[in-house]
Structures are given as structure tokens and as C-alpha cells.
Ligand binder design. Sequence first.
Ligand code: ADP
Length: 411
Amino acid sequence: MNVLVLNAGSASLKFQLIRTDGEAVRTDGDERLADGVMERVGGEAVITTRIGQLPRRTTTAQLRDLRAAVDWLLQWLVASEGSGIETLQDIDAVGHRVVHGGEHFHASVLIDDEVLRRIEDAIDLAPLHNPANVRGVEAVRSLLGAVPQAAVFDTAFHHSLPERAFLYAIPYGLYRRYRIRRYGFHGTSHRYVAYKYRQITGLTHEQTNVISLHLGNGASACAIRGGHSIDTSMGFTPLEGLVMGTRSGDLDPAIPDYIAMKEGLSETAVQTLLNKQSGLLGISGITNDMRELLAEAAESDDRRARLAIEMFAYRVKKYVGSYLAAMGGADAVILTGGIGENSHEIRALALQGMEWAGLEMDAAANTALPRGTAGRISTDGSRMAAWVIPTNEEVLIARDTMRLVTGLPLP
Ligand code: ADP
């Protein structure tokens, strides 16, 4: 079955066309037929596309909205040789990455009017993301008619958090009235690496006791015990937790008001400051890009670049320690995301000095691990292992969509 996976943002559309079925799931034989990114949708969009393993191509097109972007994409798929799509009927289903499922959605679902209404209801909770997801679903409906569509939620994997982990210690009535609680995000990524870890180690779902660290431009940690997420670092919004590219992560809740007062900023301006001007960018004053920061630290020994790197790694380590306590120990720490998959420096900084917890890093294996591959970076004798596992949210979205459409049970 050909599943078009869409990840719609406020001005962007990422896509992958994945061929999958029950057999592909068993053999890991899912095939990525095409993928790409459309940026600056709403004006002169920059579009990068790729067919299979061919080189990427970049082009531009005037795309006034998300519907125009989906339209362009469908026409491109039909027109491109090797995409596996000759007519629009060759697209069997569409799977959407939906950021916020609120409290209602515990798993992926087929989209009908009721589901769409509930995703709209969650707009209040994810004002930046869910409106784009809704528009994406509507665009597909208007362009592809009755093709089945599924929603895969970033929050769903964390539905298993116990109350003591998801509640904030604020008056309980606020949770009742406004559903203010920890939701957690990056769920599909944490779920994917836990699945892949099981596949590599031969362990069962129940035996999966790991700490998953998704370290990208957005970053989060997840404590997975018995295969279930029992705690995670992002909260009511993706702002909480680790230091990120431009997000502050944890901070004293008194700080935003104090900044507003001192700087004469509105609440919205402070939120923007914490989401877009903080984190690695805020500390270094140079960039939110970890690769550039590492280069800056190495080449010009820039003090603030170094500080940003140290703060990033320190916060990761703090979370690993606290989740070890929360879980009563873990068998492995798994690193993923752009930084986790590619930067042996950050992996070493974040996880060194944890012999007390039974984690002995294998420095040579860590440095030698080729980019984009899974591998263990702890020593053979290490009581707790450390693994790098490249994430692949799209393949889980495609598989969930295929399962829902064909009536196979969700895992
Ligand atoms: P997003 O959260 O936007 O999906 P990614 O998972 O792609 O982000 O991660 C982007 C981050 O990964 C950037 O900070 C980038 O610098 C970092 N990164 C990518 N490659 C490397 C590398 N070789 N060394 C260090 N950091 C890297």
C-alpha cells in the first residue's frame, strides 16, 4: 500500500511517500518512494524533493497556502518517473503527523468528522501546530476525495504517564477546568526507537526499560518502563525540559513575569523570547545549530558557544539521572535526533561520568559510529548500555495508517 505521510507546519509541508504492508512490517521492508520539504508556503515556496535514492532537487513555486502545496505535491508525484504514483488513485492512504491529541487520543486513528472536530478542539492547546494539521486534512479531502486519512499524534505515546507524573502541582481545579497538564511530545520518535531497540536486542515490549533522548532542534527525554512512557521532559507545551535550539527548557516560572516587567514586554513577546530566542541560540548569541556551535568552540574557542554546549549536555545528564531514579534503573539509554545521531562529542559529554550508574562509554565505538547507523556506544561489560538509533517517525506513521486502513491491530 502506498501511504503519503504529511507533516504540515504553519508555513511548511514535509512529506514522504512510503510503500508498506504487513509483510514489510515483519521484514522491515518498507520502501521510501519519495520525500521532500516545502518551505515558505504562503509565498514563493522553496521545494526540495527526492525520488527514491536519487539526488535531491530544489525548485521554487508560488504556493499561496497549504492546499496549493498539497496540490503541487500530488501533481509532482504523478509527473515524476519512479515515484510509484502514475495516477492519484495510486495513493492508497494519507497519514498525518498531528502534534497535539489532547487528552482524548491515546493512539493513531482514522480521520472522520468527529476526529477532525476533536483535533480542532485541541487547537487551543497547540495554536501553532494543530491548525496546519487540520488544513492539511482538509486539503487532502478536497483534492483526493474519499482516500482514507489517519492521524498519528505526537502526544499519544505519553498517554500512559501516571497522574503523579503528568500533573503540575498547581490547584487541581485548573487541570479539571482547562486540562493543564503534561502532555509530552516527540512520542512517535520515542516509540520508534524503543521498537527498534527491541528489534535489535530481541527483548519483549514488557522488557523494554530504557531512557530515550531525542536530541534535535527540539529535544526531549522519555522514561520508558515495561514498554510504556512513564515520564517525559516536554510538558503542557514543547517548551519544557531540555535546553533546545531556541527554546529555554526548564526555568523558574517566576522568570517570564520578571522579564516582562524589566524589559517592558508583553506576555506574547516573552513567550516568543523563550521559544525562539533562547536555548543554544540565546546562550551562545551565535546560532541554534549544534554543528556550528561545535565548530565555533573548536576553531575559535568561543566561550559562550562552549557554555551553550555544556549547558545542553548537563541538562541531558540531569534528566537521565532523574529518570533512572524514577524508573528504578534502566537497561539502556538511547540517543536519537539530529544531534543524538550525529554528534559523538555531545553524546560523550552528556553520558560520560555515569559509571556510578553502571554506564561505561566506549569512546572508540562512539567516535567511529558511522552517521545514520544504529550502534552500541557503551562497552561490552557496561551494566547499562548506550545506543544510537536513528529515528524514523514517518515509517511509524505510514505503518499505523496502513494498519488502520487494512484492519490490522495497532501495536
Ligand atoms: P529537528 O528537531 O528540526 O527535526 P534535527 O533532528 O534535524 O532537528 O536536528 C537538528 C540539529 O542536529 C541541529 O542542531 C544540527 O546542528 C544538529 N546536527 C546535525 N548534524 C550534526 C553533526 N554532524 N554534529 C553536530 N550536530 C549536528
